[in-house]
Ligand binder design. Structure first.
Ligand code: NAP
Ligand code: G3H
Length: 503
C-alpha cells in the first residue's frame, strides 16, 4: 500500500483535512469537501509517498472564487488601515507558531531541508510584519499647479494610492510559502483581495497557508486559494475578467505566455536566471568560493538566484577551484528530513534535464572536477571546468546542483559573456578593487549586481528586478505594494481661495 505522509491536523489545521489526506476547499469561511470531485495527487520527491490529494477546481468553482473576491474587496479596501495591519500581524504570529508544521510539509512536498524550510517560514513572518509597517508609511502626495507654468496655485492635486481590485498570485514550487506571502501581504495591506494559485507541487503548502490566513481573521473572500494544474487552468485564470492584476514567479516560458495573454491587465513577472559570478584576479578567493558554493548549491540549485555560471581567468581559476572543490566535497547529500544540504530534485524530469546539460558539456570536452553522481532524482553537487560557449550548460538555466566554470581572457570578456545571456536577473562580482566593481556593475545588463556576495533576493525590502527573459517590474515590499496599487489624483480648482504659501 502507498505510504501517506502524516500531515499536521491540529488547531488551525483541524478542519482542512479529510481521511486519506484529502484536502478540502475553502468556500466563504468554511472548509468543505470538494464536490466537483476531481483531485490531483501530490507525491513527495523524497520517496514518492502521498503528501495530499488537492482539489482540481472546475471553471464554475473558479468563477465563484473570483466573484467572492470581487465582492469582498470593496469593504476590505474601505476598512481602516489598522484592521489590515492587525490581520497581517496575526498571520505573522501564526506563521511563527506553526513554523514546525511548515518545516514538515515543505520537507515532504518539495524536499526542502529543515534549516531552509524554517527560514522560509520565519522570513515569511518577518515579511508580513514589515509589509504591515510599510503599509502604514505609504501615502499619496499634494502637488501645486504653479510648479508648471502657466498654471496657478489655485490648482491643487491630491494623489492617492488605490488598490487594483482582485490580485491573482502565482508562486513557483521552490518557495511555495515565502513567494506566496511576498505576493499576498502587499496585495492585502493595500486593500486588494488576493486569490492564490499555488504550484501543484506546493499546493498542500498553499492550502495550509490559506488556513493560516483565514485563522488570522481576514474577512471571508479576501484571501482564497485555487488549486489545479497550471497547464489546465492557467489561461482561464490569467485571462479571467474579474482579475485586475497578476503577480507571477516562475519560469520564463510560462512568464512569456502570461505577458501575451494578460493583455492590458497589470502583470508583474519574476522569472528565470543564469546569474554569473565574475571572479577577478585580485578577489579574496576564499570568500568567492564560499559564496559561490552556497549560492550554487543551496536547495540543490533550484533557485532563480542560484549562481549558475562562474566566469574566471586562466590565471585565477586554479586558486579559486582549489577553494571550491573541497567545499563542494564537504556538502551533505541526502534527505531533507536529515537536514542534508543537497536534497532530491523536485522531479525525475527536472533531474533528467540537469543530467542532459551535464552530459552535453562532458561529451564536448568539459572537465569534471567533482560530482556527476546520481540516484533517482538525487543529484550530487557537480562542478565542471572548461565549459565553453558551444555547450548548453553555458547558456541554459540548469536549475539544479551543477555549476559550470567558464574561462575568460579578462574582465571585459566576462562582461560580454554575462550580457550575452537571454536572462538578466542578477550577477555577482568578486574583487578587492571597488572602482573596478562599480565600473563592471554599471555595464552588466541585470536587475541587481552583488559585489563580493552571492546573488540573492533578500533582504526582502530591497528591489528585486529581472530584465530581459528574467522578468518585468519590481518586487520588494514597497515596490510590490506600488505594483498592486495605482495612482489616483483628485484635483481641486479653488476659485474662492484666500491664497496660501509654502511648498
Ligand atoms: P513554472 O513551471 O513556470 O510554474 C510556476 C507557476 O506557474 C506554478 O504555480 C504553475 O502551476 C503555474 N503555471 C504553469 N503554467 C501556467 C499557465 N499557463 N498560466 C498560469 N500559471 C501557470 O515554474 P517552476 O518550475 O515552478 O519554477 C521554476 C522556474 O521559476 C525557474 O525558471 C526559476 O528560475 C523561476 N523562478 C524565478 C524566481 C524569480 O523571482 N525570478 C523565483 C523562483 C523561481 P503548476 O505547478 O500547476 O504547473
Ligand atoms: O528562486 C527564486 C527566489 O526568488 C530566490 O530567492 O535568493 O532568497 O533564494 P532567494
Amino acid at each position: 500500500m502507498e505510504k501517506t505522509i502524516s500531515l499536521p491536523r491540529e488547531g488551525v489545521f483541524a478542519s482542512i483535512l479529510e481521511e486519506g489526506n484529502h484536502l478540502k476547499f475553502l468556500r466563504n469561511s468554511d472548509w468543505v469537501s470538494y464536490d466537483g470531485g476531481r483531485t490531483i495527487a501530490v507525491h513527495s520527491p523524497v520517496d514518492g509517498s502521498l503528501v495530499g490529494l488537492v482539489p482540481a477546481l472546475s471553471k464554475e468553482t473558479i468563477d465563484e472564487v473570483f466573484q467572492r473576491a470581487r465582492e469582498a474587496q470593496k469593504s476590505w479596501a474601505e476598512a481602516g488601515l489598522e484592521e489590515r495591519v492587525d490581520c497581517l500581524y496575526r498571520a505573522a504570529d501564526l506563521m511563527e507558531k506553526h513554523a514546525d508544521d511548515f518545516v514538515e510539509i515543505l520537507g515532504w512536498e518539495i524536499a526542502k531541508n529543515r534549516k531552509d524550510a524554517r527560514e522560509e517560514a520565519t522570513r515569511s513572518a518577518q515579511y508580513l510584519r514589515f509589509t504591515a509597517e510599510e503599509g502604514r508609511r505609504m501615502h499619496g502626495e499634494m502637488m501645486r499647479g504653479d510648479a508648471f507654468a502657466p498654471f496657478a496655485r489655485n490648482k491643487v492635486a491630491l494623489t492617492f494610492r488605490v488598490p487594483l481590485g482582485v490580485v491573482l498570485a502565482i508562486p513557483p514550487f521552490n518557495y511555495p510559502v515565502n513567494l506566496a506571502v511576498s505576493k499576498i501581504a502587499p496585495g492585502l495591506i493595500s486593500g486588494n483581495s488576493v486569490v492564490l494559485k499555488p504550484p501543484t507541487q506546493g499546493s498542500v503548502s498553499g492550502i495550509y497557508l490559506t488556513a493560516l490566513f483565514q485563522e488570522a481573521g481576514f474577512p471571508p473572500g479576501v484571501m482564497q486559494v485555487i488549486t489545479g494544474r497550471g497547464s489546465e487552468i492557467g489561461d482561464y485564470l490569467t485571462t479571467h475578467p474579474l482579475v485586475n492584476m497578476v503577480t507571477f514567479t516562475g519560469s520564463s516560458t510560462t512568464g512569456w505566455r502570461l505577458s501575451k495573454v494578460t493583455a492590458m491587465v497589470p502583470t508583474l513577472l519574476e522569472l528565470g536566471g543564469k546569474d554569473a559570478a565574475i571572479v577577478l584576479d585580485d578577489a579574496d578567493m576564499e570568500l568567492a568560493a564560499k559564496e559561490i558554493v552556497s549560492g550554487a548549491f543551496a536547495y540543490s540549485g533550484q533557485r532563480c538566484t542560484a549562481m549558475k555560471r562562474v566566469l574566471v581567468s586562466d590565471a585565477a581559476a586554479p586558486v579559486l577551484l582549489e577553494q571550491i572543490v573541497p567545499k563542494v566535497e564537504k556538502l551533505t547529500v541526502g534527505m531533507p528530513q536529515d537536514d542534508c544540504f543537497v536534497t532530491p530534485m523536485i522531479s525525475k524530469e527536472a533531474a533528467d534535464f540537469v543530467q542532459e546539460l551535464t552530459d552535453d558539456a562532458l561529451a564536448k570536452g568539459a572537465k569534471l572536477l567533482v560530482g556527476n553522481k546520481r540516484e533517482g532524482n538525487l543529484l550530487w553537487p557537480t562542478v565542471i571546468d572548461h565549459v565553453t560557449t558551444d555547450m548548453r550548460l553555458a547558456w541554459e538555466e540548469q536549475f539544479g546542483p551543477v555549476v559550470p566554470i567558464i574561462r575568460v581572457k579578462d574582465a571585459q570578456e566576462a562582461v560580454r559573456l554575462a550580457n550575452q545571456s537571454e536572462y538578466g536577473l542578477q550577477s555577482a562580482i568578486f574583487t578587492r578593487n571597488i572602482d573596478a566593481a562599480l565600473g563592471i556593475a554599471h555595464q552588466l545588463e541585470v536587475g541587481s549586481v552583488q559585489i563580493n556576495g552571492k546573488s540573492a533576493r533578500g533582504p526582502d525590502h530591497f528591489p528585486f528586478v529581472g530584465i530581459k527573459a528574467s522578468g518585468m517590474g519590481a518586487q520588494g515590499v514597497r515596490y510590490s505594494i506600488e505594483s498592486m496599487t495605482r495612482t489616483k489624483a483628485i484635483v481641486f480648482n479653488l476659485h474662492e481661495w484666500g491664497g496660501f504659501s509654502g511648498l
